[in-house]
Ligand binder design. Structure first.
Ligand SMILES: Cc1cc2nc3c(=O)[nH]c(=O)nc-3n(C[C@H](O)[C@H](O)[C@H](O)COP(=O)(O)OP(=O)(O)OC[C@H]3O[C@@H](n4cnc5c(N)ncnc54)[C@H](O)[C@@H]3O)c2cc1C
Length: 272
């Protein structure tokens, strides 16, 4: 549906199309619950190898292995580093520095991002508004701004995407004032049938954020015994919910290939 000013509104159940194309519908879920479910599905031997609150600051590579140094002084040894540390990937920074024969940037530095931000976003979760059905994605797109409200089974997620004055690769931290001003600016916009942005913000409990939406792709995904995946090499804006899913596909492909290699070679050399 479109309005006189050219705005386009859609409300659709993404699960129906995905089921038709892939045989299994879409599941909308709260990320911490999903991570918890994945973690609980692991055997104890795997759980024991997961170390949290570690901060990688250096990666060293030799002919037959890798050594990763953490800020708490601990060291991990292995045969490969898979860098899944997100948009500001420290593993990517270390890898690029080693490849170019220079020292890795200090951790207090904020190296320029390989991605470009054209849009920023105010987002958060709310209880599902009683007038809206579950599992429906509502979007409104207009010139340089768009809104999204996606309902799941027990929560809904909203976002207001607004274009920056000019694209940037700088890291920007937004303040409470920035968030409040964005809500004021766009409070009048449509977000779902019978709801405007200000109605949605009226339902949230203060737990919402404002972030830059970096986009782009890094050319070099691996070097020596280091390989990068997911947001460390590709960043998509969230409308289509493709970021995590693309990253998961990266890991599936990588792990399948590593598994096949390990079936024939117990300790593969770096080239393999
Ligand atoms: C508002 C929003 C909504 C989104 N919605 C969807 C969606 O509906 N569907 C979808 O598929 N995708 C969605 N995405 C995209 C999705 O969140 C990302 O693509 C996904 O989280 C990328 O996973 P990742 O593991 O590569 O990186 P991250 O999720 O960023 O994880 C990186 C991890 O590395 C850790 N880390 C970082 N630096 C270090 C270090 N030096 N040492 C140790 N650990 C470190 C971080 O703490 C973090 O745990 C959304 C993104 C945003 C911003």
């Amino acid at each position: 549906m479109s309005a006189d000013d050219g705005s386009i509104f859609t409300s659709w159940n993404p699960g129906e199309l995905i089921k038709k194309n892939h045989g299994y519908g879409l599941k909308v879920t709260h990320r911490p619950l999903f991570i918890e479910a994945l973690y609980q599905s692991l055997p104890d031997s795997a759980k024991a190898r997961i170390k949290v609150k570690k901060h990688v600051f250096k990666v060293n590579v030799s002919d037959d292995g890798v050594v990763v140094e953490c800020t708490d002084g601990t060291v991990e040894r292995g045969s490969i580093v898979i860098g899944l540390d997100g948009v500001h990937s420290r593993v990517r920074q270390c890898m690029q520095a080693m490849e170019e024969g220079r020292a890795a940037p200090s951790i207090s530095e904020t190296p320029k991002s390989p991605y470009v931000t054209t849009y920023r976003m105010v987002f958060g979760s709310i209880p599902i508004p009683p007038t809206l059905p579950n599992n429906v994605n509502h979007e409104c797109a207009s010139g340089r701004v768009s809104t999204q409200l996606l309902t799941g089974n027990s929560l809904a997620w909203f976002g207001v995407y607004e274009a920056l004055d000019k694209p940037t690769s700088e890291r920007i931290k937004y303040t409470e004032k920035d968030k409040e001003e964005a809500i004021q600016r766009w409070g009048h916009l449509y977000t779902a049938p019978g709801m405007r942005v200000r109605d949605v913000f009226g339902l949230q409990d203060g737990n919402f954020g404002m972030i830059n939406l970096e986009e782009g792709r890094v050319d070099k995904w691996y070097w020596n015994r280091i390989v990068l995946a997911s947001d460390a090499i590709r960043k998509l804006e969230p409308h289509a919910g493709l970021g995590y899913n693309s990253g998961l596909a990266d890991v599936v492909v990588l792990v399948n290939k590593l598994r096949r290699l390990l079936e024939t070679t117990r300790s593969p050399d770096t080239k393999a």
